[in-house]
Design a binder for this molecule. Structure first.
Ligand SMILES: Nc1ncnc2c1ncn2[C@@H]1O[C@H](COP(=O)(O)OP(=O)(O)OP(=O)(O)O)[C@@H](O)[C@H]1O
Length: 573
């Protein structure tokens, strides 16, 4: 096709221009734009500019971002009568960045919030996917610089410890790029977390030092690349940054994973068809397919979070070394929420459109369709109807003393996203406000959950103006008889034990209409289960709830959260 393209180059160049003009009036997008963005997983496209070399070779741009924000791929073809023609396919995904947009534009738009999220004890993962030469390393390197600058700027006062390591995953082997490519391994600890064994972690204290370390790792990777024939694109490079809040040992540590994935070309496209090389390509493709399955499964779970059908979601992370290393980003049992940003990198040359199409198809498969729901109008009693300004106002009103900074706790989240924050992360973000104690953070978290639970009754029926009053009255009534407060743990009597659940945590008074005679106040409680691995340790499942009469909650148990094991332990044990 290359020779055919050059023979008809002017036809293709003019036809693409014509079709782009036509597409402004009549638009047909092949990929579905009928869905919303999956919470916590964004899939974007970056079309790089043609390089000077490609321009010198007379290549033209075969992938363009149109004014509607779609990526249009023009594929040259020869009709049966021998005349040239073009096929157009359009993809939208969550956002398409054109050649004129810089790494900083993408950072401001998408990655900045990932850094903030990590600062608050969350986990963020940025992945660059695409064929060799599509701009993955360019994008990840640029992002690393911006992420490091931001993290270090926020750490001016030295309140956080920053740890970082850079390593390479090649097939089933892993090499430390900060320690002369020494082999390293990954092992699952008793808590199900994947630990890197033998990796060297550095502790940079300035932006310059951090970037020098990254450059050293890059040199080691590129030295290998010349020596070992394009190894750079045959391995996945991962930079892991851990952020530990020194001032508040109880707050969870944040993690940022920046992943420059191996080139996604098919075996037939590799220049060297040796057995070894074919096996390597197969291994890479297997890891990329598993990665896609893990991201999809996690995204599906996040849409149906808490639904019965999603209880036993299978995330096949064990199938490849790459996904084993990244396990915590997909693990639905991880108490840390993970935000993922995938950047599908595209080489715009018309001679590479087949690869570009494959890249976009892969990216499309990562996107799980979320049906557009008709938004419910704002209701101050229903947190899931709140916009970010309502979330911030609620924090200001309810945070107690010292006041919690709403910009640090919920800089962009709407009510639904705010309710979805995991406890660890919520607490971690609250603790970014100086002087706030973990107890105050937890109280606010339980307050939100109590409100969220109360709101379920309202969601199911017409607006009930006296509902909040009913809750208050019920709360007053319980207070008179017994001091049950949201956040307290209770051991159940033998007859109340169901499905092996012996302990519950009180969340809020049940305001749903009563279908029984008794006027006993009922509490919505979250389930607490013994941890599978450790005696005397418990896990709290906030979203798994039971309603129970308050008189059944009389055997209080003191449990306290242990940040190191991420379990609840019997107080004083
Ligand atoms: N957005 C961009 N703006 C300008 N030049 C770019 C951009 N993206 C990539 N390039 C250039 O394109 C070339 C290929 O980019 P890069 O090395 O990042 O590709 P890659 O996908 O990482 O390749 P490999 O898989 O082989 O490592 C480089 O010369 C790079 O400088």
């Amino acid at each position: 096709m290359d020779t055919y393209f050059f023979e008809n180059r002017d036809f293709f160049a003019n036809r693409i221009q014509e079709l782009e003009i036509l597409s402004k009036s009549a638009r047909k997008v092949d990929s579905s734009d009928e869905s919303e963005e999956v919470p916590d997983t964004a899939v974007c496209v970056r079309i790089r500019p043609l390089t000077e070399e490609e321009i010198g070779w007379d290549h033209i741009q075969g992938v363009l971002r149109d004014q509607f924000g779609a990526a249009n791929i023009y594929e040259p073809r020869r009709k049966v009568n021998g005349k040239p023609d073009l096929n157009r396919t359009s993809f939208t995904l969550d956002h398409v960045y054109g050649p004129e947009q810089s790494t900083k534009d993408i950072y401001d738009d998408r990655a900045q919030e990932l850094v903030q999220f990590v600062g608050g004890g969350g986990m963020s993962m940025l992945l660059a996917y695409g064929q060799t030469g599509s701009g993955k390393t360019f994008t990840v390197s640029g992002m690393e610089k911006l992420v490091v600058d931001k993290l270090m700027e926020e750490n001016m006062s030295g309140k956080r410890d920053i740890h970082m390591c850079i390593f390479e995953v090649a097939g089933s082997n892993m090499y430390d790029l900060l320690n002369e490519r020494n082999p390293i391994s990954v092992l699952e600890d008793p808590f199900g977390a994947m630990q890197l064994v033998g990796v060297l972690e550095k502790n940079p204290t300035t932006s310059d030092e951090f970037l020098r370390i990254i450059d050293t790792a890059k040199e080691l990777r590129s030295t290998e690349s010349t020596a070992k024939n394009e190894q750079s694109s045959r391995s996945h490079a991962i930079c892991r940054i851990r952020v530990v809040n020194k001032e508040s040992p109880n707050s969870p540590e944040g993690t940022f994973l920046l992943v420059d994935l191996a080139g996604s070309e098919a075996s037939a496209d590799t220049q060297h068809h040796s057995r070894e090389r074919m096996a390597e390509t197969r291994e890479i493709n297997k890891s990329l397919t598993t990665l896609k399955d893990c991201i999809r499964a996690r995204a599906l779970w996040s849409i149906g979070r808490g639904e019965a059908s999603q209880k036993h979601v299978h995330i096949p992370f064990r199938t490849s070394k790459l996904t084993q290393v990244l396990k915590s980003a997909f693990d639905v049992n991880n108490t840390q929420t993970c935000k993922t940003l995938v950047i599908a990198c595209i080489n715009p040359s018309i001679l590479d459109v087949v690869h570009s199409k494959n890249t976009l198809r892969y990216a499309e498969m990562l996107k799980v369709p979320v049906p557009k729901a008709k938004p419910r109008p704002y209701d101050e009693r229903i947190p899931t109807t709140w916009e970010n300004k309502h979330v911030q106002a609620w924090i200001t009103k309810n945070s107690g003393k010292p006041p919690i900074n709403p910009l640090l706790l919920a800089p962009r989240e709407n009510g639904l996203q705010f309710c979805r924050l995991q406890e660890d992360e919520f607490v971690g973000r609250v603790l970014l406000t100086p002087g706030v104690k973990p107890e105050q953070a937890k109280l606010l978290y339980y307050k939100l959950w109590a409100l969220h639970i109360d709101s379920r009754a309202l969601m199911n029926g017409p607006a009930a103006p006296n509902e909040t009053k009913a809750t208050d009255a019920a709360l007053k009534k319980t207070r008179k008889t017994k001091a049950i407060k949201p956040g307290m743990f209770f051991r159940l009597n033998e007859q109340d034990i169901k499905d092996g659940v012996e302990i519950l945590m009180a969340m809020g008074v049940d305001t749903a209409p009563k279908d029984r005679e008794s006027d006993e106040v009922r509490w919505i409680c979250s389930v607490v289960r013994p941890a599978p691995v450790t005696n005397g340790a418990y896990e709290l499942f906030v979203a798994k709830q039971r309603a129970i009469d308050s008189k059944r909650l009389n055997d209080e148990v003191k449990l306290e959260y242990d940040i190191h094991t991420r379990y609840y332990l019997i107080k004083g044990s």
